[in-house]
Write a protein that binds this ligand. Sequence first.
Ligand code: UDP
Length: 459
Amino acid sequence: MENQVGLSKQRLGRRVVLFPVPLQGHINPMLQLASILHSRGFSIAIIHTRFNSPNPSKYPHFAFHSIDDGLLGSNASGEEIDNVLVLLRLINKNCTGSFRDCLTRLLSDGTKEPIACLITDAHLHFTQAIADSLKLPRIVLRTSNISSFLIFAAYPLLQEKGFISNQDPQSEAPLLDFPSVKVKDIPIIFTSNPEGLYEVIGTFIKQMKASSGIIWNTFSELEQSELVALAQHFPLPIFPIGPFHKYFTASSSSLLAQERSSISWLDLQKPKSVLYVSFGSIAAIDETDFIEMAWGLANSKQQFLWVVRPGTIRGSEWLEALPKWFLEAVGERGHIVKWAPQHEVLAHPATGAFWTHCGWNSTLESICEGVPMICSPSFGDQMVDARYVDGVWKIGMLLEDAMERGKIERAIQRVLVDKDGEEMRERIAVLKKKVNLCLKEGGSSYRSLGSLVSYILSF
Ligand code: UDP
């Protein structure tokens, strides 16, 4: 898969410094971006926190620089949205000194190639002031899609119009300038700390506007009108160069061990017969929802590969809440793992549908493999991603409201077996073709990557 778009091996004599948010869904795209830029001839330095540190031995061609994050002893486990907010706030507060020292050291190291720019996750907004003071251009990587980002960016307007404070969680009404999205999809309501969320969103958007450009893990054909809207609100260089994992997979940046039994089990199944179930690296569910999921999967009579990440079920270590009858009733029809090699699973011929939380990486990975989705979003941009999968791209269905076994059973039947699902599969196959074209010479992402490389070299 590496270098499939014919990337140059020529060295450019410039370094790029990258700094990811230490969460799986953010580390993966940042390290993929680093690999893409390396393959285009840049040398790579990665600054990272000690918390969820990437494994340098998987990237011998990068220089890794660990900084003090002051996270030890905090309760920032990253397991739920409130903790993610805590984590982001702590990093933005605690890392100022250590990040500045590290970057200053790298800039003054005359034995290495000169540094062209800094690329950080959009959430690491404190880095803009430091980059400015060191006269180093900062480019932002936004790891969500553009569609959901535009709603975050419209947040002050939504707040002013009362959509936030008086949001009706049941409202099916279209949301202002976003007719594809419903009022109930506004990502804000699911946090117990709305003020913290408002602050995070407001600050990171302000500092994105102050940056030298924005890189997106998406492709223009998927979000054409959203790209136009983005350019109106963010008059900065914009680089939609995705999907990143089509250049380099994320297996080297996985924080958890990927269970190979997922693939050997899939090898035994018929083509397009398996439902792959995974809710990503952060989302957590209540025990009652987990039990409804188990009933729905058992009653569906379909094959399934289920990722139950330790910590997914609130109050349980792993599978203690699984009803005793479940494994016996399901037998060889189901396979449960703690973490899967997701790219390989989605690309496997036996995988017929993906029941996902609609994190942007998972959604994009599913599109790239032409696998239709059942969507159970949990928080943040996932609600909007799910709405687009269901209502705009029509490549999956959104499971609305609470988990309920009958509803789950019908959704599995619809997406995996029925004609409806077949039509979703046809539509997503068209998108898959577009992905392959956009990465080829002359394609939209290929050209955008070329512009990004020239832009970085112009600094
Ligand atoms: N992933 C994986 N194995 C799993 C589940 C997820 O490798 O069993 C990877 C997946 O391929 C994706 C990332 O973890 O790249 C999850 O990112 P996403 O944006 O989908 O969700 P998040 O974890 O940030 O909520």
